[in-house]
Structures are given as structure tokens and as C-alpha cells.
Write a protein that binds this ligand. Structure first.
Ligand SMILES: [Zn+2]
Length: 169
């Protein structure tokens, strides 16, 4: 069997090779230190042509977001969010938001969407509401079927990734 063809072209290949390892990399100018994405042959800040690649922290802020409600491509079932994410290093990426919808100014972090015939694609998820812990419901009435509040034991219900969980303490 022969090796699969490398993904991308000479400019974008380092990005996709890193993505295969679920690493988000961006270009950094070796002359002036400017970070940029998408990859280009020259630095947008100083026109220098000596660009390297560095790992991005993978965290950023939603600069703009919109919800797509019509089917545009077969692979993506609406509704879904498309956002312009400003990485902490500065460059902005257009990417899908997964999980809880995000708003402008929300903190997000990179996740990866697996694809059958291509390297994983960077997507972003909320870093505020998906901290790995539980978040309290905003009001008692938000708990389905529990309008009267917690149970006799004083336990609460918590929401995680869209699922209601019971805390029976
Ligand atoms: Zn530069």
C-alpha cells in the first residue's frame, strides 16, 4: 500500500499535519513576531517572507457569531453556529461552535471535529459554560418538572452539557 497523499498545499500543509495531531498551529513571523491565520507566503505586518509555525494556546474570544438555519452543505445539519473566533494570539478564525451556543465576547477553546477523509477540523466550544463542572440552574422553574424546588433532602439539580443531573446530598 502506498502512503496517502499529504493534505493541503505547500503553504497549508504544516497546519493540516498539526491538525492531524489535534494541535492548532498558526504562522509566526520570525522577523517581527506577528501571528497570522490563515497561512500565507508573507507576513501581513512587515511583508517578511520568513514565517514559522507555533502552537496556539487554543483559547480565544467570540468576535462574531451567527446561526445557520438552512442546509448549506450535506455534512452539516442545521441549525449550527458559525463564529469568527479571535485567538488569544490575535488572528481570527472562522469556525463552527459546538455544544452550547455562544455569544459575542464569550470565551471559547478549540475542540476537533473528526472527518473520515481529511484531518480533523478545528471547532470551538464554550470555555465558560463547559468548564467540566456543573452549573446551577438560573431559576428553580428551569428544572423540568421541579417547579416547586429541590427534593425533600434539599438536593439540587444541575445542568451539564444540556443534561439535568441530580445532586442527592
Ligand atoms: Zn513580520
Amino acid at each position: 500500500m502506498s502512503e496517502p497523499e499529504p493534505f493541503g498545499d505547500a503553504i497549508t500543509r504544516p497546519f493540516w499535519e498539526a491538525a492531524s495531531l489535534r494541535r492548532l498551529v498558526i504562522q509566526r513571523c520570525t522577523v517581527c513576531g506577528h501571528h497570522q491565520f490563515y497561512p500565507r507566503r508573507f507576513c501581513l505586518s512587515c511583508d517578511g517572507a520568513d514565517l514559522g509555525w507555533v502552537d496556539a494556546a487554543g483559547t480565544g474570544t467570540v468576535y462574531a457569531a451567527t446561526t445557520v438555519r438552512l442546509q448549506v452543505i450535506p455534512e452539516l445539519q442545521p441549525p449550527y453556529q458559525v463564529a469568527l473566533v479571535e485567538l488569544d494570539e490575535g488572528p481570527r478564525l472562522t469556525a463552527n461552535i459546538v455544544g452550547e451556543p455562544c455569544r459575542m465576547g464569550d470565551r471559547v477553546r478549540v475542540a476537533w471535529r473528526e472527518r473520515p477523509d481529511a484531518p480533523p477540523l478545528p471547532v470551538f466550544e464554550s470555555a465558560e459554560r463547559h468548564t467540566g463542572g456543573w452549573t446551577l440552574p438560573r431559576a428553580v422553574g428551569e428544572v423540568p418538572g421541579e417547579a416547586g424546588g429541590g427534593g425533600a433532602g434539599g438536593g439540587g439539580r444541575f445542568r451539564m452539557n444540556g443534561t439535568w443531573l441530580v445532586d442527592d446530598r
